[in-house]
Design a protein around this ligand. Structure first.
Ligand SMILES: NC(=O)c1ccc[n+]([C@@H]2O[C@H](COP(=O)([O-])OP(=O)(O)OC[C@H]3O[C@@H](n4cnc5c(N)ncnc54)[C@H](OP(=O)(O)O)[C@@H]3O)[C@@H](O)[C@H]2O)c1
Length: 388
């Protein structure tokens, strides 16, 4: 590794991506210094991370928790609260890891890019909802986005084989791989009976609850189609989904001459996290390394668009552009929350999103206030539909 120690802000430190990022940082104390963290409700965990890494700046979601956390942290730690706190922390390090869940991660994405820093992005929801605004913010000198999402991290690596750095005319299509989730192959009638526990049982990845449910509906893959298009500036017509149950090939790029470049590893999120922290160098830890002396079967199949309508909803939102992806993502967050709370059945998650999208009226999404308004409208509509 290079001799300069780079500072890291880890926002969403107590979650699945957060704890795996900490694992990477523990192995590289000479390369990185953790200077800021933020979390939501798991205050004890947050305080323990601050103590272990000697972090002096901590963010929390709610003013209500200030007193409890202040007591846990002691007087030497500066505490910031809410979305303005997240924005402040995002301007305090060389590299900002956005591991917050959902639309709440938006201030991190915007503040990191607008202040010209490296954004290691796990929080796909902010990029999807704010794509036109993020595109402007990425033009800030020094700003860059590196994707932690394993599929997009794979594509980032595969695109190094392209002769072009924008528009990618030599790329025929991006092939996003999908495990298929816990319900791959389930007939429609059985899907109607899927329980919360069934949906939380992902076959290959251990992740936070929201993304795990999104994987069960394939909404996660739909969101990733939008994410890939926004990240790489490639229209969704050139982004395809391929089901690959083993989660070994993390995604592929097909070039115009028919050549396909893929990235492979065992499923381990520490690999893409380390890639995003280390670039332009690679960190020397064999996370996810494959033992090719052992049998390895790789299979691929087409997604079942009929049983998993979330995929087509995402493509439709991408084609409409503007605020449509923000509506899709907001309505989905509301529906997933209701499912996790046991208030609705599994099929109602995507049915709710579809009903919200039926009411979408084109909006080009010109500003942040416009986005916040659209997000609030989509959420209000989703809540209304859930109460019917
Ligand atoms: N997990 C994966 O393998 C994976 C893979 C690819 C992409 N991603 C993406 O990465 C993001 C995080 O996913 P995850 O699975 O790590 O989720 P998670 O386990 O639920 O963790 C979410 C984190 O966000 C924090 N948080 C929530 N609301 C917050 C707020 N208002 N302010 C500050 N912090 C807040 C949570 O804090 P508390 O827990 O303390 O409340 C927690 O630290 C998502 O966008 C997901 O789509 C995840």
């Amino acid at each position: 590794m290079s001799s300069t120690r780079r500072s890291v802000a880890l926002l969403g430190a107590t979650g699945s991506i957060g704890t795996q990022t900490l694992d990477v940082l523990r192995r590289e104390p000479d390369a990185f210094e953790l200077v800021a963290i933020a979390g939501g409700r798991r205050l004890g965990e947050l305080a323990a991370i601050a103590e272990e890494f000697h972090v002096r700046r901590v963010g929390i979601a709610s003013e209500e928790d200030r007193e409890t956390l202040s007591e846990l942290l002691g007087p030497r730690v500066e505490l910031v609260v809410g979305s303005s706190g997240l924005s402040e922390l995002a301007q305090s390090a060389d590299i900002v890891v956005n591991a917050v869940m959902g639309f709440a991660g938006l201030p991190v994405t915007m503040a990191t890019l607008e202040s010209g820093r490296r954004l290691a992005l796990a929080n796909k929801e902010s990029l999807i909802a704010a794509a036109p605004l993020v595109a402007q913010a990425r033009a800030t000198p020094g700003a860059s986005v590196l994707p932690i999402d394993s599929e997009h991290c794979a594509i980032h690596q595969c695109l190094a084989s392209s002769n072009s750095s924008s528009g990618y005319p030599d790329v025929r299509r991006l092939l996003l791989t999908a495990s298929g989730g816990p319900f791959r192959g389930w007939p429609k009638e059985r899907l109607a009976t899927a329980s919360r526990d069934d949906a939380l049982r992902h076959p290959t990845w251990s992740m936070g609850p929201k993304i795990t449910i999104d994987s069960s509906t394939l909404m996660n893959k739909g969101l990733e189609v939008l994410e890939a298009s926004a990240l790489f500036g490639i229209e969704v017509g050139r982004v395809d989904v391929v089901v690959h149950p083993q989660s070994i090939v993390h995604s592929m790029v097909e070039f115009v001459d028919g050549s396909v470049v893929a990235q492979l590893s065992r499923p381990d999120m520490r690999l893409p996290i380390a890639y995003c922290l280390g670039l332009p160098e690679r960190l020397d830890h064999a996370w996810g390394a494959i033992d090719f002396t052992q049998p390895l079967a790789l299979s691929f199949e087409a997604p079942d668009y009929e049983s998993f309508p979330a995929l087509e909803l995402a493509y439709a939102a991408a084609r409409r552009g503007g605020a449509a992806p923000a509506w899709l993502s907001a309505a989905n967050e509301v529906a997933v929350e209701a499912f996790l709370a046991g208030r609705i059945s599994w099929p109602r998650i995507v049915a709710t999103v579809a009903a919200v999208m039926d009411q979408y009226i084109d909006d080009p999404l010109a500003s942040l206030s416009d986005l916040l308004e659209n997000d609030a409208t989509a959420r209000r509509l989703a809540h209304g539909i859930l109460e019917e």
